[in-house]
Design a protein around this ligand. Structure first.
Ligand SMILES: Nc1ncnc2c1ncn2[C@@H]1O[C@H](COP(=O)(O)OP(=O)(O)O)[C@@H](O)[C@H]1O
Ligand SMILES: [Mg+2]
Length: 267
């Protein structure tokens, strides 16, 4: 079923209406991020459940707002037609309200991130060097991300949502060459907090299709209404300003002049 704005695909229906069972915890130190299964009428799908009550307080983001930011990131990805973020919904679960996101199987990080030992070798083609690293044997190498439209789309998305935590491990490359993005709790701050591994696209001029996508996001009133439910007024205004600035500058931003442009750990 597709078409109308109220159309719900099968995954979304399952995530919203299925019985949710927690099967495991994914991270120890940070937020309560739970690996779960939802089941409805004999169909089931794996998912991530992040209850608001399990969010660890942060000094720079208001308490209890991370799940809403994940929902806002999903809304932007869908409204632009980017399809970067796996289906993400809000619902109740065993630990109260939270965000629930489809679990993506069979991803291979080596499709998006690599370590290059020799930048002049043939292997280095199609990769964007980002960060000097030292390997365990003491030799020098460079952390790099893949060039190309899939990651470039995510880089643009990250600017628009002001992603403060685009680690390599938050990229999920699929066998067909598409790449999905996850973990968007640290987004939409009103201040510029862009922190990412994807700096290989810095200063690249926007393509006409990217300009059209940005204009679509800027002018989408349904999206604005949804974001107004999830973010503060200042955050919504900052979202619009980032889009206007991208369109005015006409290129993707770079890391120069930023205090901590790359997240730690970077992968
Ligand atoms: N939708 C998803 N599909 C597949 N793997 C996921 C998904 N969401 C999270 N993961 C895996 O779980 C880990 C922890 O999730 P993440 O969203 O980073 O949680 P946290 O907010 O605790 O950092 C990720 O690094 C990734 O390996
Ligand atoms: Mg994470």
């Amino acid at each position: 079923m597709d078409g109308g704005p109220d159309a719900m695909n099968g995954i979304e229906r399952l995530l919203r209406g299925g019985e949710l069972t927690v099967e495991g915890r994914l991270t120890e130190a940070s937020n309560a991020t739970l690996y779960c299964r939802v089941e409805l009428d004999g169909a089931s799908v794996a998912c991530v459940y992040k209850p608001v009550a399990g969010e660890r307080p942060l000094h720079d983001f208001p308490d209890g707002t991370l799940a809403a930011r994940e929902l806002a990131a999903y809304a932007v990805s869908e409204a632009a037609g980017w399809r970067i973020v796996p289906c993400t919904i809000e619902r109740d679960g065993p630990f109260g309200r939270g965000m629930v996101q489809q679990w993506i199987e069979d991803t291979d990080l080596s499709g998006a991130v690599t370590v290059l030992k020799d930048l002049r070798s043939q292997d280095a083609e199609d990769w964007c060097p980002v960060l000097a690293v030292q390997l365990s044997d003491g030799s020098d190498a460079v952390l790099a991300h893949r060039d190309g439209p899939a990651l470039r789309r995510i880089a643009l998305f990250d600017v628009v949502v002001n992603n403060a935590d685009r680690k390599g491990g938050h990229l999920l490359p699929l066998a067909d060459g598409t790449v999905l993005g996850i973990d968007h709790g640290l987004t939409f701050h009103a201040e510029d907090k862009l922190r990412t591994l994807l700096w290989g696209f810095a200063d690249r001029e926007l393509e006409p299709v990217e300009r059209a996508e940005l204009e679509k996001l800027r002018d989408d009133e349904q999206l604005a209404g949804r974001l107004a439910e999830l973010l503060t007024r200042a955050e919504l205004a900052a979202f619009r300003e980032r889009i206007e600035e991208l369109l005015a500058v006409g290129a993707l931003p770079g890391p120069d002049g930023r205090m901590r442009p790359v997240p730690w750990p970077p992968v």
